[in-house]
Design a protein around this ligand. Structure first.
Ligand SMILES: Cc1ncc(COP(=O)(O)O)c(C=O)c1O
Length: 419
């Protein structure tokens, strides 16, 4: 390696200059470096739940066959039988989408970014929830979008606030392009958008002439003790006007390493998304698409979903019980009815960003709530992901977190400075 003497800032685009690493990724790196760290930070599935044997067998067969398409360039929209498999999955969720309305993406993250590229000019407004998924916030910010936050209630986005924000942005002369929402077990709050609000949102999008980007990686992972499949019905299923762009993924159910996801949208939009995808990666990885497709054909996904729901429900319960026992009088949270996340609110004087340094000393980490807010709030909140650690680690991690929070509350109070 040469000693780098150049300051590259003068070569960087405005977007690159402004861009910052994701708080969650930084946490992930930290977790790996510190021995015995218990991480509640990244929203990773637990590898113990992967279909290892089936994947090994499927991959070996695919490679044994010496079939060119398995390792060849293929269509940008995706491997045809996999698109057909996604149509079947969508039908199970109440969505009837034609072949032309689907595209496979390299993770839903790519789908989110492509939607931004196709719909946004710099300065255009994207509506996001307060709080919202950081991967979407970063993707839209990198494209120069202006992000307008809309408050949440216990049953999801606050519709009155939505209308207020849209009117405010339009009155200021800005183009409001779309609303980005995660209706099922939202990242980071775990909240479930009520069915009544889903209907109202569709009506509002029609009245206000907006598009909705519905991101649904967690919908299949509802917990039977508190939610049913009917509670997770996507808005796309009732989208009679073609206003919803629906994204879903195999990351949380099969495995994220395959990077296989898909989107469903009206055909004119999918055509544009395909053109932009071509310049990003030409196509999603062929072997990965074949493996996922074959796993679906063999019923691996559908067959495992009941086990996965129980598996993550148990982890959720272990985390809730531990929190209730140790921190019940200091911390509150909405019960996660599915997905990977528990969203904790601490006493107002706690600054979860500042406290993170002390949590690392105690070998436990979380994601500070401020990472998810586009309006600079959320200082006393944290996202605790229960999906990856074992039951024992969850219990031990909550004990460590308890020590951190208690020490924080007994610190002499400095005047808090919050953005
Ligand atoms: C809400 C949400 N959308 C999209 C993604 C990205 O998923 P994928 O692995 O399919 O890119 C995630 C991953 O954590 C997520 O939580």
């Amino acid at each position: 390696m040469s000693d780098i003497m150049i300051n590259y800032d003068r070569f960087l685009s405005k977007a690159a200059l402004k861009s910052q690493g994701s708080a969650i990724r930084k946490m992930g790196v930290m977790a790996v470096r510190v021995p015995d760290m218990i991480s509640f930070a990244p929203g990773y599935p637990d590898p113990a739940a992967y279909a290892w044997d089936e994947f090994r067998e499927i991959t070996a067969r695919l490679l044994d066959g010496h079939q060119g398409s398995v390792l060849q360039y293929g269509p940008t929209r995706g491997h045809k039988p996999l698109i057909e498999a996604c149509m079947e999955i969508l039908e199970g969720r109440g969505i009837r989408a034609a072949f032309e309305e689907l595209m496979i993406t390299t993770g839903s993250q790519q789908g989110i970014e492509l939607v931004g590229k196709v719909l946004l000019d710099p300065g255009d407004v994207v509506l996001v929830e307060l709080p919202a998924y950081t991967g979407a916030i970063s993707a839209f910010r990198n494209l120069g979008a202006s992000l307008a936050g809309v408050r949440q209630e216990a049953d999801g986005i606050d519709l009155e606030d939505l209308d207020r924000v849209v009117s405010r942005e339009r009155a200021a002369g800005r183009a409001v392009r779309f609303l980005y929402v995660v209706p099922n077990f939202q990242n980071p709050t775990g909240l479930l958008l009520s069915l009544a609000k889903r209907k109202a949102l569709l009506e509002y999008a029609s009245r206000a002439d907006l598009l909705i980007v519905e991101d649904d990686p967690y919908g299949a992972l509802y917990f039977d003790d508190t939610a049913t499949a009917a509670d997770t019905r996507p808005m796309k299923a009732d989208d009679t006007e073609g206003r919803v762009i629906y994204l879903s993924s195999f990351s949380k159910t099969l495995a994220p390493g395959f990077r296989v996801a898909w989107l469903a949208a009206p055909e004119p939009l999918v055509s544009k998304l395909e053109l932009f995808k071509q310049t990003e990666d030409l196509m999603s990885p062929a072997l990965d698409q074949h493996v996922i497709c074959e796993a679906h054909r063999r019923g691996v996904l559908m067959g495992r979903l009941p086990m996965l729901r129980r598996f993550y429900q148990e982890k959720r319960t272990v985390m809730q019980d531990a929190l209730r026992a140790k921190l019940g009088d200091l911390v509150s949270w909405p019960e996660p009815k599915g997905g990977f996340f528990l969203w904790a609110t601490l006493p107002d004087q706690v600054d979860c960003d500042a406290m993170l340094v002390r949590a690392v000393d105690q070998r436990v980490i979380y994601v500070a709530g401020s990472a998810f807010y586009v309006d600079g709030t959320g200082h006393n909140r944290m996202r605790l992901s229960f999906s990856l650690p074992s039951h024992e680690k969850i219990v031990e991690g909550v004990a460590r977190l308890t020590a951190v929070v208690q020490a924080e509350l007994s610190r002499p109070t400095a005047p808090a400075v919050h953005a």
